[in-house]
Design a protein around this ligand. Structure first.
Ligand code: UD1
Ligand code: CA
Length: 451
């Protein structure tokens, strides 16, 4: 069924006590808003409309990252959820499909839940997502009669009997767009909060002889985030789910509770992830790769059979080919490492291509930044870079070449050549012994003087 998403994200989120709009606080390295957009994406929406208010420009930029077709409408005064949804009406004039209302601060709605809501639309005009609340608190209550949803009553406006109901409103609503805006136009604000309640549309629809129903989901899916403490709890819940998913797909997590995932982390079957590995956004790891303890990865791809860490840092633009090996205290940025190539110890490799089977010695640095611009280093196949080589980019080292340890390479090295760029060693026989004697004599005379 054709569907448009309307995501409410205008609230300031006062309780976050933050400069950042609430919906931009991240969970699993993605803003909450991104999670909501992704959840809605399963319905392949024709429109994604984000209702923004506080920090609208930042909200717009984030929305576009998750859906480049996203449209932003501004609700400059937050007069209530119905008023917020109404801001999307001009963009959906004559839209023949359904509209789904989601919330930028409710990131965990599952695709399967939205599909069940869609299925319920075949029998009802309006579908509301509800949940059995462990502690119903101040949630709106769903007043039902069998399968029929009769109305939604806000806590502040509810009678004692209504407050005793435990079936609560998540706020998520699915209805034909035209009907939704038509009903919203009828919503008033004479209630305990003086707000235009979206929830009033159910009662108004019933008066017109239309039908409504509630689909229910786990309370954890409808979790809204209003404070830093709730954000931390949401992150913990997210991580728990991602770890379980990884184990389920055949990934070994040696100590699951210590591994941090991003929303888009992709791990192939039979990967081994050791303790305290952190995945930032944009990481894909193929079958059988091994990520050793205390490594930090973001924006990178690790091919089959590669080994990373312990204590490695893979930054955005890093691409490890099959069976590459990246060892301890190695930082890679925008680097393509060829098949079977090794960077095993204490190195920085940035803006670099390393060919197959090459070996980069301990302490090698690609000097990619001249203080103004970045430059590229190209290292061929089967190259041996001696320990503590500085490769001053832009520079190319040909296939099969070698650099002497401690070299500062400023010019291109031809294939199969050996480049040495360091001061020649000078040996002075007996000089060390003389020097020691001189130094010791000095201390002896000083000690006497102090008596
Ligand atoms: C709303 C529901 C309530 C439900 C609860 C679930 C209404 C009237 N009540 O109550 O039944 O149990 O959510 O969490 O809908 N927003 C805007 N613009 C506005 C008002 C709100 O963008 O003018 C956004 C807020 O940023 C927030 C969301 O809509 O993300 C919900 O608004 P909020 O005021 O928190 O509604 P609740 O009182 O929690
Ligand atoms: Ca709320």
């Amino acid at each position: 069924m054709a569907t448009a998403l309307i995501i409410l994200a205008a609230g300031q989120g006062t309780r976050m006590n933050s400069e950042l709009p609430k919906v931009l606080h991240p969970i699993g390295s993605a803003p909450m808003l991104g999670h909501a957009i992704q959840a809605g994406a399963t319905l392949e929406p024709d429109h994604v409309i984000v209702v923004a208010g506080h920090g609208a420009e930042a909200v717009r930029a984030a929305a576009l990252e998750f859906d480049e077709t996203a449209q932003i409408v501004i609700q400059s005064e937050q007069l209530g959820t119905a008023h917020a949804v109404a801001q999307a009406a001009p963009l959906l004039a004559n839209y023949p499909g359904d509209a789904l209302v989601l919330y930028g601060d409710t990131p965990f709605i599952q695709p399967e839940t939205l599909e069940r809501m869609q299925a319920a639309r075949s029998t009802h005009d309006i579908v509301v997502l509800g949940f059995e609340a462990a502690d119903p608190g101040r949630y709106g209550r769903l007043v039902t009669d069998g399968d029929d949803l009769l109305r939604i009553v806000e806590f502040k406006d509810a009678t004692e009997a209504e407050r005793a109901l435990t079936l609560c409103n998540s706020g998520v609503v699915l209805a034909p767009a035209a009907l939704l805006f038509d009903l919203i136009a009828q919503v008033g604000n004479t209630n305990a909060s003086g707000e235009y309640y979206l929830t009033d549309i159910v009662g108004l629809a019933r008066v017109r002889g239309l039908s409504a129903t509630a689909v229910t989901c786990e309370e954890s899916e409808t979790m809204g985030i209003n404070s830093r403490a709730e954000l931390a709890r949401a992150e913990a819940g997210f991580q728990t789910r991602k770890r379980a998913e990884a184990l389920e797909t055949g990934v070994t997590l040696v100590a699951p509770e210590t591994v941090q995932f991003a929303y888009d982390t992709w791990l192939g079957r039979d990967c081994v992830i050791e303790p305290y590995v952190v995945f930032g956004p944009g990481v894909t790891i193929e079958t059988g790769a091994h990520i050793r303890a205390f490594s930090h990865l973001e924006g990178c791809h690790v091919a089959r059979g590669a080994v990373v860490g312990p204590y490695a840092r893979l930054r955005p633009g890093t691409e490890l080919s099959e069976h590459a090996r990246i060892g301890n205290f190695v930082e890679l940025k925008n680097a393509l490492i060829g098949e079977g190539a090794k960077v095993n110890h204490l190195s920085y490799i940035g803006d670099t291509r390393v060919g197959d089977e090459s070996n980069i010695g301990a302490g090698t640095i690609t000097c990619n930044y001249d203080g103004v611009s970045k430059h590229e280093t190209v290292i061929g196949a089967r190259v041996f870079i001696g320990s503590n080589t500085m490769l001053v980019a832009p520079v190319t080292v040909g296939d099969g070449a070698m650099t002497g340890s401690g070299s500062v390479i400023t010019r291109d090295v031809a294939p199969d050549a050996l480049a040495i760029a360091r001061a020649r060693q000078v040996d002075k026989p007996g000089m060390a012994a003389k020097l020691f004697e001189m130094l010791r004599a000095k201390t002896r005379s000083r000690d006497k003087g102090s008596n």
